[in-house]
Design a protein around this ligand. Structure first.
Ligand code: IVH
Length: 674
């Protein structure tokens, strides 16, 4: 390579690496594997060493020390880190208030309102008054141990004023003032700016080098005491207690006698929050009394005793330059508006989702239109309104495509006509590679040395057709495998170390729990939480495969859409074959039982649970039965000992239980039993 092309290559690599760093550190996302990232870094370091005159202090090879390891130890949370359900109107607040009162069977309830800080949730553990560990939210059940970074937060005490054992939660964030200081420094250094405070805080806390983290001026507000002081009786006391221990608790919270006062608080902060130094995106309304919180309990996603009121988000005007179509792993076609880049809520927006053909129809959006875009709390913004008065040419309505942009197959539409999808499930390239990319992704099988580009290389070389083929790959198959990197002309090939890393991470993925495998299969509508629920309830893939529609929808929060999708998926013999192949490769298709027995009061007793229960989810009841030595079965038979009947239990079940002489219990009887 001559000097000129080396320089060009170095600049290109720096640009690419900076782009991936930005995605990773600021948006906690990666679109290439660690391996593909490392190749780029190594090539850059090699070239900079060969041509020292081209070295630069702002090169990403220097900034990240040539290596980013993304390994953090993970730990289980003492209690799941849930999210809050969102509301946007006074009517929603009234509905929440009614629900709470109805569930508690009281007509007056006191709330504690707090601001909703827009940062990163942390769960922090103290032992004998000393900081022990800080975890990120992770998947809600287990999080990354980012203790080394958390201790750089000056407002997070290392030693409390009392020698207590605690689990507390709060929000780490970068204040508006500090964010400006960070970006002013970036400007001086002629470096690319951070996009917004939240992403910068979240990216920073996931860095390996805590000296850099300490320069990011992160702060932390505490908002909940998960365990540690049985004497506090309400949220207000918890906050005061946390403050007295030395935590940073803002003084903006307010106790409200009723929902009218809550609305006043919401109105008060709507504009006033702009004056605060912390970014806020709403209000959190919590039932103040902790005993009431306990009674109300949680759904699998969020507490029933709290709700978030989100303020309407900022909107900006821009122009639609083009409308493109993406094919997802399920074949669904998503139209995307390519925008004239515009700054919105602290970041530059270049694309907006148009969801589906109904949405295009509803908005009547066309290429060259001026539009308003809004961030609805999501990373990808949406087009909310077309400014038709600014349309110059009448080009006619935008026509949705009817041919797949990837494989030219004729598209089909869903029953309600809203979703267009490519029916070429087996052979449409983005669907095939998308399914495999989903399978290897962090939340599924976490096969970290494989990235989208190597996956495409494996498919193009005929080495894999579906996820089961990954486990049959051998070193001889993949050494020298040719693959392309997006935006590069040069063809790359896999070398010894990478092959070993890839095969090692595939092998390691066999240790994943059943719910990860189930999620990884990519069954439509089966997200991570649903996969966990299914695994917990059915315990094995075979029981899910043989479950009837009725048995599936019996599971809490699993509705007909998911049930239909599961049945359809398992009807397809090719899917069953993939599962069989994965089974013979040694993947987990059963849920390990990990029950600590409290008693054997229910030994040899088989329960069937039916209907819904106030304050308890079906999983909680199942756990209670199993911890007392009992078993839970899905359907009634002569072996069933008890039918635990909740609200809305089907009449057929009742009749059958009578026929089989099975004892009917309500929740009260059940608790008496144990
Ligand atoms: S209480 C659901 N209080 O909002 C668990 N959360 O959507 C109860 N957040 O992950 C959380 N400010 O990171 C609570 N004053 C506040 C909050 C707050 C921000 C975040 C938190 C949580 C997310 C829930």
């Amino acid at each position: 390579m001559d000097n000129k092309s080396v320089k060009k290559r170095i600049l290109q690599l720096r640009k690419e690496i900076n782009f991936h760093n930005k995605l990773y550190y600021e948006e906690s996302r990666n679109i290439i594997s660690d391996y593909e990232y490392d190749i780029k870094i190594q090539e850059l370091i090699k070239l900079e060493n060969l041509y020292p005159e081209l070295k630069s202090s702002s090169s990403p090879s220097i900034k990240v020390g040539g290596k980013i390891t993304k390994d953090f130890k993970t730990f289980m949370h003492v209690a799941p880190m849930l999210s809050l359900s969102n509301t946007y109107s006074n009517q929603d607040l009234d509905d929440f208030d009614k629900r709470v009162k109805k569930n508690l069977n009281i007509d007056k309830v006191e709330y504690l309102c707090e601001l909703k800080y827009d940062g990163v949730a942390l769960s922090i553990n103290y032992e004998n008054g000393l900081f022990k560990r800080a975890l990120t939210r992770g998947d809600g059940t287990k999080g990354d141990d980012i203790s080394n970074n958390a201790i750089t937060i000056k407002t997070l005490p290392i030693k409390l004023s009392e020698s207590v054992n605690l689990e507390v939660r709060g929000e780490a964030f970068i204040s508006k003032k500090n964010f400006k200081i960070l970006n002013d420094q970036k400007k001086i250094n002629n470096e690319e700016l951070f996009s917004n405070p939240r992403n910068t805080a979240s990216g920073s806390l996931k860095m390996q080098d805590s000296t850099i983290v300490s320069e990011r001026r992160i702060n932390c507000y505490l908002y909940s005491l998960v365990s540690g002081n049985e004497n506090v009786v309400n949220q207000e006391e918890s906050l005061n207690y946390l403050k007295n221990l030395g935590f940073n608790v803002p003084t903006t919270f307010r106790k409200c006698k009723n929902i009218i006062e809550v609305k006043e608080y919401v109105d008060y902060w709507e504009n006033k929050r702009e004056d605060l130094d912390v970014e806020t995106d709403g209000i959190v309304i919590k039932v103040n009394n902790l005993e009431y919180q306990k009674i109300l309990g949680n759904t699998s996603k969020s507490p029933r005793w709290a709700i978030a009121y989100k303020y309407k988000s900022e909107s900006k005007k821009t122009k639609v330059l083009d409308i493109k179509f993406q094919v997802g792993r399920t074949g669904a076609i998503t139209p995307v508006a390519i925008l004239d880049p515009v700054e919105l809520g602290g970041s530059i927006v270049k694309r907006a989702s148009l969801h589906n053909s109904n949405e295009i129809e509803r908005l009547d959006v066309r290429i060259n239109d001026s539009v308003y875009i809004e961030k609805g709390g999501e990373i990808i913004p949406k087009v909310t309104k077309v400014i038709t008065s600014e349309r110059i040419l009448d080009t006619g309505k935008f026509k949705f495509i009817d041919i797949c942009p990837a494989c030219n197959n004729k598209l089909k539409t869903s029953k309600d006509q809203a979703i267009h999808y490519c029916p070429n499930y087996k052979n449409c390239p983005p669907q095939v590679s998308g399914r495999i990319e989903h399978f290897i992704s962090k939340n599924a099988m976490n096969i970290e040395f494989l990235g989208p580009e190597t996956v495409k290389g494996l498919i193009n070389n005929g080495l894999i057709k579906d996820v089961s083929d990954l486990y049959l790959l051998k070193y001889e198959d993949i050494i020298d495998l040719k693959f392309n990197i997006e935006g590069e002309d040069k063809v790359r090939s896999l070398k010894n170390k990478s092959c070993k890393n890839i095969l090692g991470s595939i092998e390691k993925s066999k240790e994943n729990e059943f719910s990860n495998v189930l999620f990884g299969l990519g069954i439509r509508y089966v997200g991570k939480t649903t996969a966990k629920k299914l695994a917990e309830n059915f315990k094995s893939i075979d029981t899910i495969i043989s479950a009837s529609y009725d048995e599936i929808i019996e599971v809490d929060e699993i509705g007909d859409k998911i049930a239909e999708s599961l049945i359809k998926y398992f009807k397809d013999s090719e899917n069953l074959l993939i599962i069989e192949k994965l089974k013979s490769s040694g993947l987990n298709f059963t849920q390990e039982e990990n029950i600590k027995l409290k008693s054997d009061k229910l030994k040899n007793k088989i329960f069937v649970i039916s209907g819904k229960f106030k304050n308890y989810s079906r999983e909680q009841i199942q756990k209670e039965i199993e911890e007392n030595g009992g078993k839970v079965s899905k359907s009634l038979s002569s072996k069933t000992s008890y039918l635990l009947a909740g609200e809305n239990m089907g009449p057929k079940k009742k009749i059958k239980a009578k026929e089989l002489n099975i004892i009917l219990l309500d929740l009260k009887n059940f608790f008496e039993l144990i």
